[in-house]
Design a protein around this ligand. Structure first.
Ligand code: HEM
Length: 500
């Protein structure tokens, strides 16, 4: 990893890894009971950095804080004011945000278990270990003055990691790759090909992003950091950078109706197991095994930029399936990452670009509804919870115990990354030429006010007639959520040490 050693020791390990070897995890949502004790605990907490991961770990700890948590630790207003508006307002902070995110009806924040005013966590502790080590590791982490410092709002259990989410699909396949070299200036020119490589500043604060700019973050007057714990900001060397090596962490507890999902599909295809699987795969956009739904071109996959990932799993675009005949336009992975470049297919090459710049080429209507993917990537770090079972078992067990996904993602700009993907692409009612439908896998089914419900999934067919599935029930319900700041380790020590 080419990152300078000081930064690797400063960046929390979760940025580099989802800790796949540590198959047990617990997420603790805490309230601060005693500020002095909480600061003392935070200063000594055994937080795992990226550098620690050069050697195998038996247990790891990462820590993130909500805006309310930073206030409870009495962070100076000057520092707080530098965080983004959406972080300060919170995931459930205002009705229009909730509407945009699809947090309506059964998803509405007033039904959440946590993440609203009275149940707002201050801190999130993410603990990972081998199953044998987990209890010991929790005891180690909860060292004095833990008991006086915190009260536990929620202890979120996770299922032992087996890489499959509760509906049964292989999960965590596609992730962006951080370009730690920071070499190319991405803002220089439009990207002609889709690439999985993203600028460091898309995920971490304090580095240039895909626009070649530094995302806004708290930059402090040096008087607030007399011991110079924090590094100077690259773009404002006279200020100390509280954001450097930190990022935002979005957490949503998403309950999955596994029985309801498989029963609906089974009913739709008249009990044919093979057809049931095909329909589920069309909804996700990948096979259960994780393989993407792609046309059988036989040759190299068009439109792919430099990448190191397995070519069939992740280095592909939808250019060869522009009409969604193989992977439906509204499939979950196609909505979550349309895999387009800055220029639509057919407008690459000098002449095409010239014609396009002169306005002589008409873009397809739907190009207007998808903006370049590279500005909307995120690192997914979620873990499942609850009982995991096969589709057959789910069909037989209608009153299954609760299962779901603790959806966690990391990004530098909540509104441009998580909120855009969630609001415009997944929960949005207009996407890629489709109207009146939302993500068939994860979205709520409410339609526009006064309009029909959005429980529809359209699949284009070679015959030209679309196959349209209507009456889709809601398969995923939001049970809680919040926006957190996952600071760099120096920033965490500074936060723990400030005195207000
Ligand atoms: C319970 C809810 C969810 C389930 C069951 C689910 C399931 C899946 C599955 C099976 C995949 C394909 C495998 C992979 O690439 O990892 C996937 C991909 C993905 N999902 Fe979800 N997901 C859920 C919620 C979300 C949410 C809330 C978001 C974002 C706001 C999201 C964003 C993504 C992204 C970005 C990808 C990768 C797309 C790509 O690059 O090809 N998912 N999801």
């Amino acid at each position: 990893m080419p990152t300078p050693a000081t930064d690797a020791a400063d960046i929390q390990g979760l940025v580099r890894s989802g800790y796949g070897q540590l198959t047990a995890a617990r997420f603790l949502l805490l309230r601060i009971a005693d500020t002095v004790a909480a600061r003392a605990w935070l200063e000594a907490a055994p937080v795992t950095s990226m550098a620690h991961l050069d050697t195998p770990q038996e247990g790891t700890l990462n820590i993130a804080l909500t805006c309310e948590g930073l206030r409870a630790l009495r962070l100076p207003e000057q520092a707080l004011g530098g965080f983004s508006a959406e972080f300060l307002s919170g995931m459930a902070g205002d009705e229009s945000r909730s509407r945009r995110l699809g947090d309506i009806g059964a998803n509405a924040p007033d039904r959440w278990r946590w993440g609203t005013a009275t149940h707002m966590p201050h801190l999130l502790l993410l603990l990972y270990a081998t199953p044998e080590r987990l209890q010991d590791w929790m005891r180690t982490v909860m060292a004095p003055p833990w008991d006086s410092a915190f009260t536990v709002l929620e202890l979120l259990q996770t299922a032992t990691l087996d890489q499959h989410e509760p509906f049964g699909f292989l999960d965590g396949v596609s992730q962006p790759t951080i370009d730690w070299t920071g070499k190319p200036d991405p803002a220089e020119s439009a990207h002609e090909t889709y690439s999985n490589l993203v600028a460091t500043g898309e995920m971490l604060l304090g580095y240039p992003n895909e626009y070649g700019k530094y995302t806004d973050r708290p930059l402090l007057d040096p008087a607030l950091d007399p011991a110079a714990l924090l590094p100077p900001a690259e773009d404002h060397p006279e200020r100390h950078d509280l954001g450097r090596n930190g990022c935002y962490l979005v957490f949503r507890q998403l309950q999955q109706d596994v029985g309801g999902f498989w029963r609906f599909l089974d009913n739709e295809v008249g009990g044919n197991a093979e057809a049931r699987t095909r329909l589920a795969e069309a909804i996700v956009g990948r096979q259960i095994s994780g393989a993407p739904l792609l046309p059988q071109t036989g040759g190299p996959i068009p439109g792919v930029g430099p990448d190191t990932d397995d070519i069939r799993q992740n280095s592909f675009t939808f250019d060869a399936d522009a009409d969604g005949l193989v992977c439906p336009l509204g499939a979950h992975i196609r909505r979550a990452n349309p895999r387009n470049a800055d220029l639509p297919p057919g407008t690459r090459g000098t002449l095409s670009r010239l014609l396009r710049d002169l306005g002589l080429v008409h873009q397809a209507l739907r190009d207007d509804l998808i903006s370049s993917t590279r500005f909307h990537r995120m690192l997914r770090r979620g873990r499942d919870y609850g009982v995991q079972m096969s589709p057959e078992a789910a069909l037989r067990a209608p009153a299954a115990a609760e299962a779901g996904l603790h959806f966690i993602c990391l990004n530098a700009n909540i509104s441009r990354q998580f909120e855009f993907v969630q609001g415009a692409w997944l929960a949005g009612i207009a996407f890629d030429g489709l109207t009146g439908e939302r993500d068939p896998l994860t979205a709520p089914r409410e339609g526009l006010p006064g309009g029909p419900p959005a429980g529809v999934f359209t699949m284009a067919q070679t015959s030209g007639l679309n196959r349209r599935i209507a009456g889709l029930p809601q398969f995923v319900t939001v049970r809680g959520g919040a926006y957190f700041f996952l600071p760099g380790l120096r920033a965490l020590r500074w936060i723990a040490g400030v005195h207000g």
